[in-house]
Unconditional design. Structure first.
Length: 457
């Protein structure tokens, strides 16, 4: 790479080109996971599709490894690359709602808080995740499960079309009728097939939800999880609740006497008839939670509730698994490692992904695990880099102990850089077809800084 080449890229782009000698470089290279510290050679902060094409051409011509960044939440840090090129989409963040059609068009660099705010103005929502600061692109391409999954499916189940810059610079639309093979692969196959510069999503009528946590003492973990594993799958799809082990945050709305105490919890989201809410939660209250924080909230408020607890820059180590059933042996593992939570922000979640998710066929999208019941994540988290080893050891030991009770694969957005065997297990029966589609749209594996699928001719 030469100064002349970088100048040529600057001349072609409307957006900013940042190199290590530029002011603001450290800020531009920072990502969500503070455990990842990489120094790209060039960061191209794109403002348009033409910028993306120019940056991609520059990266190929220069022989640089290319990473694509949306919101930057990716656990293993695939939104950056040592000594390579980062194509940063964060300034491409426009959101356009068509209220009559109940759709929203979102540029590839947007975060979900922008989408939630725009759709909420029209009494609409589209399924996403659990943090509003998460990037739309990364979450969607990995599948996308969240509070609305049981009711309305995964984020990819609500994706109608995508505008994609392919590895060779062509711009195409992928949908059920245009490049359907690419559209199939984008729905869960990650960033392997192109750079998505805009998404078109279906929306659903939704304004407020009945939501919030119920807490129990840590010593109740085994009993509450045993109840939850049977209760949750049997409920109407209007009721969603994920199970967690955690340390109670030291602030509102939690009572002072519970602050910084370890606990187990279920975080609820109810989208049904408000008149039936007491009936829906009666079985929960019979479990005698230590504290209940359930109330009516705007959906965007629920989506952003965890944002202040997990700001950008913390140390993260996580592992995930899909789970069909939770036998007593697995319950015991969860209870044991809950007692060993290494830091106040470390946690374990079990997210239900049944209901509407299971009404889509395993081969209908790249997401192949349509028969599982939960998506689990174990996350060691702390602000202090000196604790990185401790949180990583707890996370990995925990994962190894519960993995024998899993379904084998994992939600691709909950994986670190764990090797090709884990990628193959995650895509299961769809793996070979995905590699063939990769061979059509990125035969040289230009876009390989991801949970990579090797192209096949």
């Amino acid at each position: 790479m030469t100064t002349i080449e970088t100048t040529a890229l600057r001349d072609r782009m409307a957006g900013q080109v940042v190199t290590p000698d530029d002011a603001g470089y450290d800020e531009a290279r920072a990502i969500y996971n503070g455990m990842i510290d990489r120094r790209p050679a060039v960061i191209a902060r794109c403002r348009s599709v033409d910028d993306v094409r120019a940056a991609l051409e520059y990266g190929r011509r220069s022989g640089l490894a290319i990473a694509v960044r949306g919101g930057g939440h990716n656990g293993p840090g695939f939104g950056t690359v040592e000594g390579g090129l980062v194509i940063d989409l964060s300034e491409m963040n426009a959101v356009d709602v068509d209220a009559a059609a109940r759709t929203v068009r979102v540029q590839g660099g947007s975060t979900w808080n922008r989408v939630d705010a725009a759709t909420h103005e029209h009494g609409l929502a589209t399924p996403s995740g659990y943090f509003s600061t998460t990037g739309v692109g990364g979450l969607t391409l990995g599948g996308g499960h969240g509070y609305l999954a049981r009711k309305y499916g995964l984020t990819i189940d609500n994706l109608l079309a995508a505008e994609v810059v392919l590895a060779d610079g062509r711009v195409v639309t992928a949908s059920e009728t245009e490049h359907p093979d690419l559209f199939w692969a984008l729905r869960g196959g990650g960033g392997n097939f192109g750079i998505v510069t805009s998404f078109l999503f279906r929306c659903h009528p939704l304004t407020t939800v009945i939501a919030g946590p119920t807490l129990w003492p840590l010593e109740a973990t085994a009993d509450v999880l045993s109840w939850y594993r049977d209760f949750m799958p049997a409920q109407n799809e209007d009721l969603y609740g994920f199970f967690a082990t955690l340390t109670v945050p030291p602030g509102d709305p939690f009572p002072a006497e519970l602050h910084l105490r370890k606990a187990c919890a279920v975080v609820w989201c109810y989208t049904g008839d408000p008149a039936a809410v007491d009936e829906a939660f009666a079985p929960v209250r019979r479990q005698a939670p230590q504290w209940e924080g359930i109330g009516s909230v705007p959906f965007p408020a629920l989506q952003s509730a965890f944002d202040p607890l997990y700001p950008k820059g913390l140390q993260w180590c996580w592992r995930g698994d899909f789970v069909r059933t939770i036998p007593d042996e697995a319950v015991a593992v969860h209870a044991r490692f809950a007692e060993q939570l290494p830091t106040p922000q470390s946690t374990m979640h079990l997210y239900p992904i049944d209901g509407a998710v299971q009404r889509v066929g395993a081969a209908d999208t790249a997401w192949s695990h349509r028969d599982v019941t939960w998506s689990g994540i174990i996350a060691g988290i702390d602000p202090d880099p000196r604790n990185a080893e401790a949180i990583s050891r707890w996370t990995v030991d925990y994962w190894k102990a519960q993995h024998p009770y899993s379904a084998g694969g994992a939600y691709v957005n909950f994986m670190m850089d764990e090797g090709p065997d884990r990628v193959r297990a995650t895509y299961g029966a769809n793996y070979d077809r995905l590699c063939e589609v990769k061979g059509i749209y990125d035969p040289e594996n230009v876009l390989r800084i991801n949970q990579n699928l090797p192209p096949r001719g």
